[in-house]
Design a protein around this ligand. Sequence first.
Ligand code: IPM
Ligand code: MN
Length: 351
Amino acid sequence: MKLNIALLAGDGIGPEVIDQAVKVSNAIAKKFNHEINWKPALTGAAAIDAVGEPYPDETHEICKNSDAVLFGAIGHPRFDNDPSAKVRPEQGLLKMRKALGLFANVRPTFTFPSLLDKSPLKKERIEGTDLVFLRELTGGIYFGEKGRKEEGNVAFDHCVYSREEVQRLARKGFELAMTRSKKLCCVDKANVLETSRLWRETVQAMEKDYPEVEVSYEFVDAVAMRLVQWPNSYDVLITENLFGDILTDEASVISGSMGLMPSASLGADIGLFEPIHGSYPQAAGKNIANPMATVLSAAMMFENFGLLDEGKAIRDVVNKALDQGIVTEDLAENGTSYGTAEVGDWLAEHI
Ligand code: IPM
Ligand code: MN
């Protein structure tokens, strides 16, 4: 297969972890006879510095004309403590999600047999955990009208959802559930929020189209609790944008390190693949960041093209590295750890 992939490394550790995913993808391309044409483009604080905005038109053109986007991370501390900043790296991510129609954010949480004791949760609680969040990504409170009134002393962010937005996300959830254990959990706050009542009513009406899927409806606060109590009781969860943002960070550490979990953002045509973690500026340039989440995001990219053997080859080699202790310092036992680039080299070689 010939693949054009937009490469958006972004900020902080983004460029370092992206480099490893490129090495691994190139090794896969060689082994399985594919041709990957990488197209680097600017985003985040790096783009603000270069051209004054976090998701420049040129970057959008490159993404639109590619088969997929591989994304590192965005964010820079100089914006975090400046609420008055007019241009922020995060705006680039939101603009990109909207412009590319990426309404479904697929965020899995699974465990690695060799890392069970790295989890902040007890081993017996997390064994067998294999769940997937489908987070709605282009609506809700993130994109509703926002502003200030009463001379700046009152602020508001509106949460808005249409039935159609809920349906298209829920459809992906039902379809995913059909390929897994046929269990779907709709996460909302329907006891308080009108948008949540729309979610619940819309999903309830869709149940008849997927008679084999067993659907449960749970409030977001209860899910936050049960996620750390019984993570292995969940399979596919669907939820709105902000709830999904919060719950997927919570879920991402169950596997033992934030540096392990990949994600995909899907919509109409092209998909975007990125690690769940952020730009981790304290580690930038130090060759210590864990590249596994980005490497596994590349696996999701191949799988989304229907290249399942390629995806599996990446997952297998990652497991092998974790088993053999070829890990960065966040996962190191007895002080033995490898650099970001060395882990990437090892993975590519062993493919
Ligand atoms: C994420 C991030 C983003 C979000 C930020 C950086 C805008 O936290 O991808 O989860 O809130 O969606
Ligand atoms: Mn987040």
